[in-house]
Design a protein around this ligand. Structure first.
Ligand SMILES: Nc1ncnc2c1ncn2[C@@H]1O[C@H](COP(=O)(O)OP(=O)(O)OP(=O)(O)O)[C@@H](O)[C@H]1O
Length: 303
């Protein structure tokens, strides 16, 4: 079932076009990741879905409603974790979460949620005195305490330590199991790969590719190794099957693309042996979303 439908969304801030025809769909019981570099338009898209901003063009439907015109009807059904907190700085964590819970008919127990997110010892701490990671987790708790059908999480794990990051991932997976539609933004491709059923790769305000992580990265494998910089690859390339590619990037890091079969591995190692090259860290791996992004845009995701 469709929870969010965005079609040809346009948003301008003065001379800046933040969204330039962005289209995406998110479904219930799925995690949908909007993956893109800084400034790609992810936050703007979430803010429009949350009814915080109006689009300049295109269609926005959230649970089949209009986020601005139907804001009252959507409020009890949608949770939002904005990028910049959204919590009054003097509010104490526990009191704030109980207040938010009181707005909903069937909230989760605030105390249990604080415990779950490792904030139980900070229930009496004011928001401004929480660490960045604790503030993030309180903001996440506030987004989900009302048992929403749909949640928007804007960079939910930004600034979290690995333990808190994993706890957040597990919570997100449980939301999906419970039938919630989760839409999250991230510029961590590992987060999208681990969590998302569908990924929308966004760049310059539009979707440049979408699909499940497996669809996006494909079945293709690639072979990588490290060796001394500046190996002449023409001769190796000539020995490889047609359609293969070999490149050095950055210096001393080699990548062989194409159909990685046993013969290809043998060709590479034989070539290395005959040139006195010790191929270190030789490995065959699947393409990552980072590779896909690089291919599509010519830039690194986190660049
Ligand atoms: N209120 C605003 N006024 C002017 N320009 C803005 C405003 N908000 C965002 N922008 C610009 O719009 C573009 C998209 O920004 P947005 O915050 O939506 O991207 P993002 O993908 O969420 O980036 P990040 O990962 O850094 O949060 C950027 O060029 C940004 O500078």
């Amino acid at each position: 079932m469709t929870a969010v439908h965005l079609a040809a969304l346009v948003k301008r801030y003065g001379a800046t076009t933040a969204l330039n025809g962005l289209s995406l769909t998110a479904r219930r019981s799925e995690v949908t990741a909007i993956l893109g570099p800084n400034g790609a338009g992810k936050t703007t898209a979430v803010e429009i879905c949350a009814g915080f901003r109006r689009a300049d063009g295109g269609t926005v439907r959230v649970l089949d409603l209009d986020p601005v015109a139907d804001a009252r009807a959507l409020k009890p059904r949608v949770g939002v974790m904005p990028q910049s907190g959204g919590v009054p700085v003097s509010a104490r964590a526990g009191e704030f979460l109980r207040l938010i819970a009181s707005f909903y008919a069937h909230p989760v127990s605030p105390a249990a949620l604080l415990e779950r997110l490792g904030l139980a010892d900070h229930a009496r701490t004011s928001y401004r005195r929480l660490s960045g990671g604790q503030q993030q987790r309180l903001s996440l708790a506030a987004a989900i305490v009302g048992r929403p059908e749909l949640v928007f999480l804007d960079e939910p794990t930004a600034g979290l330590d690995p333990q808190a990051r994993h706890a957040t991932w597990e919570l997100i997976e449980e939301l999906r199991e419970a039938g919630v539609a989760v839409v999250l933004t991230t510029h961590h491709m590992d987060e999208a790969e681990r969590l998302a059923d569908r990924v929308f790769i966004v760049d310059h305000g539009r979707v440049v590719a979408h699909g499940s992580p497996g669809e996006l990265t494909g079945a293709e494998r690639q072979l990588r190794f490290r060796a001394r910089a500046g190996l002449g690859l023409d001769e190796l390339l000539a020995a490889l099957p047609a359609g293969s590619a070999a490149k050095e990037s950055p210096a001393g890091h080699y990548l062989i693309e194409g159909e990685v079969r046993p013969e290809l591995l043998a060709t590479v190692t034989t070539w290395c042996a005959s040139h006195g090259v010790l191929a270190e860290d030789l490995r065959i791996e699947r393409r990552t979303l980072e590779d896909v992004f690089l291919e599509l845009t010519g830039r690194e995701l986190r660049g």
